[in-house]
Ligand binder design. Structure first.
Ligand code: APR
Length: 325
């Protein structure tokens, strides 16, 4: 971390000029907890891009396929542990008021790790919902269940937990296949081709009766309570975010582990800038820091955030140790 930049950041966050702080988080915040990001070095589930499966159309056409994908994601998120980046923001949510600051985290992540790091729920908005919320798809039924961590949700959804592959690994293995055509006959290192995936068991066909069904209306399928591509964000959440931004000037936005490619999340940075607020970006990819006229912190958010926020949150080592699950 650039020490000059860190010193001026520390100075700003401890002055009276910085009274309101907004954190905008993306998948990079959870990367060092072992959860894959969506773009850049993202991955595929079986042969599908996550962005193709995260749509209402995909669910309508093949709910069994989409539920297997979400079953995989729920499982991975349950296995993952919050990292020091989640804890740093959580600690800020707890101490902000005592330091004369207002603070809000707006997360695009659906993995529930900020909650599990005990982030103050009053200062946390999950823009894209949660993997652990279940909603009935029936038009007439309003059933919603929060914090459902059961895995698998039905016996038929067992067995798709480890089927993610990074495209770079796929590429390397395909090159390897061309060089050492006879080396894999024992099947120990079955090769993944770019056209098919013999390593994967085929996607199971799960009938409707094998998928999670609404306990209230007894007929509707349940779906994950996440916002899919093409769907509107929850009005209440957007409204709360707007209230935070419009009821006072936001003096600082922390842009953490996000490619800022999805609206309206991406728009919050401009809104803060237009108000005269400052920007600090935390990202491992230099390209995603380009164009930022604020503080640029290149590296893992899990390492950078505790250092950057230290003057406000103190040393979080003990907090993290005491919370080992
Ligand atoms: N620390 C900080 N940044 C990181 C780290 C890390 N350890 N690892 C990756 N990053 C950065 C990447 O460089 C990239 O800029 O995190 C960003 C992740 O970007 P995306 O994968 O696009 O994720 P995100 O911005 O959260 O995507 C927004 O798009 O697909 C939808 O609904 C999905 O919520 C998601 C939304």
């Amino acid at each position: 971390m650039n020490q000059g930049s860190l010193a001026s950041f520390h100075e700003y966050i401890t002055t009276d000029k910085c009274r309101t702080i907004l954190a905008l988080c993306g998948a990079g915040l959870s990367a060092s907890s072992g959860l894959p990001t969506f773009r850049g070095s993202g991955g595929l589930w079986k042969n599908y891009s996550s962005m193709d499966l995260a749509t209402p159309d995909a669910f309508n056409v093949d709910p069994g396929l989409v539920w297997q994908f979400y079953s995989y994601r729920r499982y991975k998120a349950i296995q993952a542990k919050p990292n020091n980046g989640h804890y740093a923001l959580s600690q800020l949510s707890k101490v902000a008021a005592s330091k004369g600051k207002k603070f809000l985290t707006l997360t695009q992540n659906v993995d529930g790790l900020s909650r599990r790091a005990h982030h103050d729920p009053e200062q946390l908005l999950e823009l894209h919902g949660s993997l652990f919320t279940l909603k009935c798809t029936s038009f007439d039924c309003t059933y919603t269940e929060n914090n459902n961590f059961k895995h698998p949700l039905t016996p038929q959804l067992q067995g798709c937990e480890e089927e993610w592959i990074n495209p770079r690994k796929r590429q390397r293995r395909t090159e390897n296949e061309n060089e050492n055509e006879n080396e894999n006959e024992d099947g120990k290192d079955a090769v993944i081709s770019t056209t098919g995936s013999p390593e994967f068991t085929p996607v199971k066909e799960i009938p409707r009766s094998g998928l999670p069904t609404c306990p209230q209306c007894k007929t509707g399928l349940l779906r994950p309570g996440v916002v899919w591509f093409g769907e509107s964000l929850p009005f209440k959440v957007l409204d709360q975010a707007d209230q935070f931004i419009m009821s006072q000037k936001v003096d600082l936005i922390l842009v953490i582990g996000t490619s800022q490619s999805v609206w309206p999340a991406a728009g919050y940075v401009n809104r803060v800038k237009l108000q005269g607020g400052k920007v600090a970006i935390f990202n491992t990819d230099e390209e995603d820091l380009e164009g930022c006229d604020g503080w640029k912190f290149l590296g893992d958010a899990a390492e950078l955030l505790p250092q950057a926020l230290k003057p406000l949150i103190g040393d979080i080592t003990e907090v993290v140790e005491n919370d080992k699950e």
